[in-house]
Ligand binder design. Structure first.
Ligand code: ZN
Length: 318
């Protein structure tokens, strides 16, 4: 089938993931390579173009079968200009016209998208949201990424920055965020923030079974907090529950902002499964209004780390 396939690329600071998708958003070939980000933008872009060629060959296709390439990348960026303004995890990626350079090297149409938006669109096209038209996703990792799909279309806003839901303010005057605001959602409910808040409480003298590990440093993370709360540690329980509360608060604000059918949670923190979703749901039920029945379903993502690749490929088609 001529031009029945698209390619999605998920550009990260450590690895570049790529996949070829058919018209039903099924991955027919996949490949992952190191980013080698320290060697600069020209090198990284050449590696992505090489990956496109590898994927076409691996899928047993030719360039004539490929309708386009979608690249999901860290931002901030301009989708319309195809330009990355500044990617903190990719040295030298300042005002890089990534879309046009990739198009020159691959001789294929290329579209550039924020990586959190691409992952949200992947879940919409082929994952938890494949049966809905309106969906919002929160990706709970080091920070919190967001993506908004309305009427089947990714919603980018006037400045291409719509869906930055990790920087919605949930605590006025709260914890400082590297973005310059205070009290952002991601400072309370990201995987990183959950561990960091336990460490800060221990440093302030709160008793916890996590004390030694939290103070020791680097290999302490949200998984430790999850295990400790399951074992009954009071501090771990409080911080975990507060993270779930703030996610529920965000879900209520999302409900009233976008009225989606579905709010999806993705990223590393969802490995907690029902310990996350059940508590977020309970808080959501308590927080949301009672005067109308317009409650979105809350669900976990289903595509795992393939969401970004599939979403980028789906955006190359749309
Ligand atoms: Zn922020």
């Amino acid at each position: 089938m001529a031009r029945g396939y698209t390619i999605g690329i998920d550009l990260g600071g450590t690895n570049i993931k790529g996949g070829v998708c058919d018209a039903e958003y099924r991955l027919v070939a996949q490949e992952e390579i190191e980013t080698q980000a320290d060697r600069g933008p020209d090198h990284v872009i050449a590696r992505m173009a090489g990956l496109v060629a590898t994927l076409i060959s691996k899928a047993g296709l030719s360039a004539a079968d490929i309708a386009g390439v979608g690249v999901g990348a860290p931002g901030p960026m301009s989708h319309s200009a195809g330009m990355i303004y500044h990617a903190p995890n990719l040295p030298g990626f300042v005002n890089v016209p990534l879309r046009d350079r990739m198009a020159e090297l691959t001789r294929l149409p290329v579209t550039l998208e924020n990586d959190a938006n691409a992952a949200a669109f992947g879940e919409f096209a082929a994952g938890a949201g494949k049966d809905v038209r309106d969906m919002v996703m929160l990706t709970l990792g080091t920070g919190i990424g967001g993506g908004v799909v309305l009427g089947g279309q990714l919603w980018r806003g006037a400045f291409d920055n719509a869906g930055e839901l990790g920087h919605t303010i949930v605590v006025p005057g709260g914890r400082p965020c590297p973005c310059g605001q205070k009290g952002c959602l991601e400072r309370y409910a990201s995987a990183h923030a959950v561990a960091e808040r336990v460490r800060e409480a221990v440093q302030a003298g709160e008793p916890s079974s996590l004390r030694a590990k939290a103070l020791a440093g680097d290999d302490f993370d949200a998984r430790d907090v999850l295990a400790a709360q399951a074992a009954g540690d009071a501090l771990a329980r409080r911080i975990w529950d507060e993270a779930c509360f703030h996610l529920a608060l965000a879900a209520v604000n999302i409900q009233h902002s976008f009225n989606p059918e579905l709010v999806v949670f993705a990223g590393g923190l969802i490995r907690a499964g029902e310990v996350l979703l059940g508590r977020v749901r309970a808080h959501f039920e308590a927080l949301s209004w009672t005067i109308a029945p317009d409650r979105p379903r809350l669900a976990l993502a289903t595509l795992g780390t393939d969401a970004g690749t599939i979403g980028a490929a789906a955006l190359a088609r749309s």
